[in-house]
Design a protein around this ligand. Structure first.
Ligand SMILES: [Zn+2]
Length: 149
């Protein structure tokens, strides 16, 4: 189970004994979700402890301040996944010329087949590099700032 799925299931349940087994297993091995679950449980306990009277109902400032204190919840793809994906694409580009399917296609279409294939592979590696750069803009920005001195 991934973290976003765990968060979705966590929000569906309001008590720990009712958690399904996959969620309990995820919480056991994932420190981030375990901390989030503890925060949710603490917030629920605070809500139970506070008796709201009608004149106290304007809590929007307190809620907005609480939201601003929360750290953002985003999915981080580990760097080794990016490197593994890039190596898989590069390996595919190198190894495709040795494959039987490529030999068969070359036999069927002749040398004209290699130009469109090179264009497609170039687009694939360009899209991959664009996605990597777009998701690591903050890292690139600090690297550029370091280079400028
Ligand atoms: Zn998790």
């Amino acid at each position: 189970m991934k973290c976003d799925e765990a968060m979705r299931r966590l929000l569906e349940h309001d008590n720990a004994p009712g958690y399904p087994l996959p969620l309990r297993l995820h919480l056991r091995r994932c420190a981030h979700c375990r901390a989030e679950e503890a925060r949710l449980r603490a917030a629920l306990e605070e809500l139970k402890a506070v008796a709201l009277s009608p004149r106290d109902m304007d809590i929007s400032d307190a809620v907005m301040a609480g939201i601003e204190r929360l750290e953002s919840y985003r999915r981080d793809v580990p760097m080794y996944n990016w490197i593994g994906g890039g190596l898989a694409i590069l390996g595919g580009i190198v190894l495709i010329s040795f494959s039987d399917s490529f030999a068969w296609l070359r036999g069927s279409f002749g040398g004209d087949f290699e130009v469109p294939l090179s264009i497609v592979l170039g687009i694939v590696i360009t899209l991959y590099a664009s996605a990597f750069i777009a998701t690591h803009l903050d890292m690139a920005e600090s690297w550029m700032a370091k280079r400028r001195g």
